[in-house]
Design a protein around this ligand. Sequence first.
Ligand code: ATP
Length: 249
Amino acid sequence: MAEVEIPDDHPRHDSLVTRHRIEAGVEKGITSQQGLIAQGRGEAFDYLLGERTLPSADAAARAAAAHLLLAERPVISVNGNAAALVPAELVELAGVVGADLEVNLFNRTDERIQAIVDHLRAHGAGEVKGREANARIPNLNHERAKVDADGIADADVVLVPLEDGDRAAALADLGKIELVIDLNPLSRSAQVADVPIVDNILRAVPAITVHARDLADAPRTDLERIVAEFDPETALADAERAIRGGELV
Ligand code: ATP
């Protein structure tokens, strides 16, 4: 991939890597053209954050890891941007926490679902859900509501990177524990999340995996304490403060 040509110490390294991957995702039919716009919006926030992970975002990644380890039926929802940006990292995280992967698209077509399933499998995934689409999330129009009955519909904890605000709200209404990765602390997705991780998905997914490995043998009481001590409002306020007042690096 062209990203090998970008030196690690390039000041806009993450942004350039991300653009290359999204572009390749569109070319492969994985990412929709709308995904390019979503990426541009995210990139602006990452620029203002200085393309770094805030300590509060790392604490959120740790709380997300604890939730995933405590879950009975965790599912990682994968859209076209997530699949293009971090396919191997999502497969790795799913393996570490024992979660299912489910393709779930805003602009749903069978071709794109299949392309993403194939892409995840090429990056090491076993079964990937999302093709059955035999259940519905209430209060959303037909296409956007489709999920698998034994996947997201039945999950107790769902990780939704870069989710559309309406769907994030509808999932939260179902009483599921929702872990959201979104660079915009003001987005509805981040606002309705039990755990909003305000960070680039490129950094956030590997961070959750590192924490999950670290916590894999921790007693349930420790995991429950990490979850209880995490406060989403504080994390969002910290990210907003950093974005509004931070010094550009
Ligand atoms: P809202 O949640 O306010 O309704 P939206 O549903 O319209 O927003 P989109 O325009 O679909 O949101 O954008 C997707 C969201 O994903 C944006 O909030 C953007 O900041 C975020 N985002 C885009 N790329 C990344 C990335 N690489 N890492 C993390 N977040 C990202």
